[in-house]
Design a protein around this ligand. Structure first.
Ligand code: C2E
Ligand code: CA
Ligand code: CA
Ligand code: CA
Length: 275
């Protein structure tokens, strides 16, 4: 028993060291990624449930890592969040999204609002408001075409401080929505104190909608309460017609998910907007 305990320990530390080495390698190559132009924006439509037309495009970061192909955010955003790299990269995302929106308008394409994710770290960064102002100024974008998504958990963590920052963003004419709603165990009544217009129900509640009466009840309750608080609702991760029909029947206004489109690259959006 002793020997195997020892082996387990060795195996454990070895795996830990490998994980640490992997993390270190990712972090150091992320540090140069911005300067090497390896980041890219993908776009995923949020559709109007009644018309199935595009209502907003969510901006999703991708990393085209040299020698590794396209890396999905779950593999690198947490590392950037931890190291603080998310602050400059997040600023780049905002700027790039605004520039792209202006470019589409210059091409005479129909303006579609863009929803940009703001991470907790960015949100708490002192320079945030100043950098948003600068980006609005320098790109000349209409702030009504920009929306920020902030997770429920981030809002809850920073209570009162958050209220002030959200107020400033709101006064610049940028709309705010609550992302991943339902995972943070807060109440809509509490969140309503923040100047938000939209709630995005986390995919976890949509996934089993067709089989789970419980999830259907939760989602129906979120939609009903949101509507009575003048918040519009987006269902995330809609993958089937069955889910779509249930959501439509519950009075949900917007939906996002693979049923309508995967996140796509910029050329695909340009083509779709021009069609
Ligand atoms: P999120 O903000 O909740 O974004 C939605 C995620 O769900 C996206 O994953 C999208 O591809 C995925 N998704 C959409 N529809 C479906 C569906 O029908 N089924 C399934 N299984 N998934 C679906 P993605 O692009 O991998 O992004 C993951 C997370 O990374 C995002 O979750 C967000 O938290 C973060 N992220 C992405 N881009 C940025 C960014 O620019 N800044 C920050 N701070 N975070 C970002
Ligand atoms: Ca989001
Ligand atoms: Ca989400
Ligand atoms: Ca999420």
């Amino acid at each position: 028993a002793k020997a195997s305990g020892r082996n387990n320990y060795q195996f454990f530390t070895q795996t830990m060291n490998q994980a640490a080495a992997h993390h270190f390698e990712l972090e150091s190559s992320l540090r140069g990624a911005l300067a090497r132009y390896e980041f890219e924006l993908f776009y995923q439509p949020i559709i109007d449930i009644d018309t199935r037309q595009v209502h907003t495009l969510e901006v999703l970061l991708r990393w085209r890592r040299g020698g590794h192909g396209l890396v999905q955010p779950d593999a690198f955003i947490p590392i950037m969040e931890e190291s603080g790299l998310i602050v400059p990269v997040g600023e780049w995302v905002m700027r790039k999204a605004c520039e792209q929106s202006v470019a589409w308008q210059r091409q005479g394409l129909k303006p579609v609002p863009l929803a940009v994710n703001l991470s907790p770290r960015q949100f708490m960064h002192k320079g945030l408001i100043e950098s948003i102002r600068r980006i609005l100024d320098e790109t000349g974008i209409d702030p009504a075409l920009i929306e920020f998504e902030i997770t429920e958990t981030a809002l809850m963590q920073h209570g009162e401080q958050t209220l002030g920052i959200l107020g400033q963003i709101n006064r610049m004419g940028i709309r705010l929505s609550i992302d991943d709603f339902g995972t943070g165990y807060s109440s809509l009544a509490y969140l309503k104190r923040f100047p938000v217009k939209k709630v995005k129900i986390d995919r976890a509640f949509i996934k089993d909608l067709e089989n789970s009466a419980e999830d259907r009840a939760i989602v129906a309750a979120i939609i009903a309460l949101s509507n009575s608080l003048q918040l519009s609702v987006v269902a995330e991760g809609v993958e089937s017609e069955g889910q779509y029909k249930l959501l439509k029947g519950s009075g949900c206004q917007y939906a996002q998910g693979f049923l309508f489109s995967q996140p796509v690259e910029v050329q695909d959006v340009t083509r779709a907007l021009a069609a």
